[in-house]
Unconditional design. Sequence first.
Length: 93
Amino acid sequence: MPDNINPEHYKESPIECIEVIKASMTPEGFEGYLKGSIFKYLWRYERKHLGNEVEDLLKAEWFLKRLIQERVDDNGHRETWIHTTDFGRSERR
C-alpha cells in the first residue's frame, strides 16, 4: 500500500526535502514551519471529501511527530530553548 503521507518520491534524492528545509532555517524557524504545517492540515481536514479527511489528519500527525522529534535529543531528553540577546537568536540546551 502506498504511503500518501510521506511518499517514496519524497525520498528519491540522497537528502529528503524536509531536511533541506530544516537546513535552510534557524531551529526556531524550522519549528515554526512544522507548526504551520500542523495547523494547515488541521484547518482543512473538515473541508475534504469524505474519505480524504483522515489523510490530512495523518499528515498533521506526521508533522507533529517531527516537531516532537526536534525537541528530543538523542538520549531521549527534552530540549529547552535558552533565549539570548545575541542578535535575537536562541539556542537549545
